[in-house]
Write a new protein. Structure first.
Length: 78
């Protein structure tokens, strides 16, 4: 099954948006070059950036739990 941007979580979509300009900056001309560029850019992501992304997910989860009137998600963020 093919993956499209609509299949990605918000965090993954944000992360792809963050690295996409760098991936395509050298205009990869083959799938091998594209794959290498993606791997290279992911390896350059600093841990602090990942912490920011994770904190954003946690913030959104806490909002969902707060707004959850039926307590479906109460155990997600405790």
């Amino acid at each position: 099954m093919a993956t499209s941007l609509t299949d990605l979580t918000h965090a993954a979509s944000w992360l792809w948006g963050y690295i996409k300009p760098q991936v395509y900056s050298n205009s990869p001309s083959s799938l091998v070059e594209l794959n290498d560029a993606i791997r290279n850019e992911f390896s350059c992501i600093q841990p602090e950036m990942l912490h920011v992304a994770v904190d954003g997910v946690i913030t959104r989860l806490r909002f969902v739990v707060k707004e959850d009137t039926q307590n479906k998600y109460a155990s997600v963020v405790e």
